[in-house]
Design a protein. Sequence first.
Length: 116
Amino acid sequence: MFELTPILVLLIIFGSVVLIIYLGIRRKERMAMLEKGVDASVFFSPKKKNSLSLKYGLLLIGVALGILIGKILATTEAFMYEEEAAYFSMIFLFGGAALIIHFFLDKRMNDEEMKK
């Protein structure tokens, strides 16, 4: 069995560095746009709050389904996957599927709004 602690520590460190660099570049980009006279309203997306709620709701449902299916795969004698592999793979599978579903639902809602 392997330890997840070193992997998680490395992921957190790497993610923090990437986030700091991304935020720094984004800030410089926005400051340059403001200096050129661009209206600040372009920084805020016109997305509805319902779309964000739908996205996170679907994601949490997908994660919950992933945990449940992972438990079934880890405990059922027919499958007998290792617990870590079963849980992580199913969480990512169902979470990703939920985000893909949200993309298509959001696209359909935007298309219907454009037709009106």
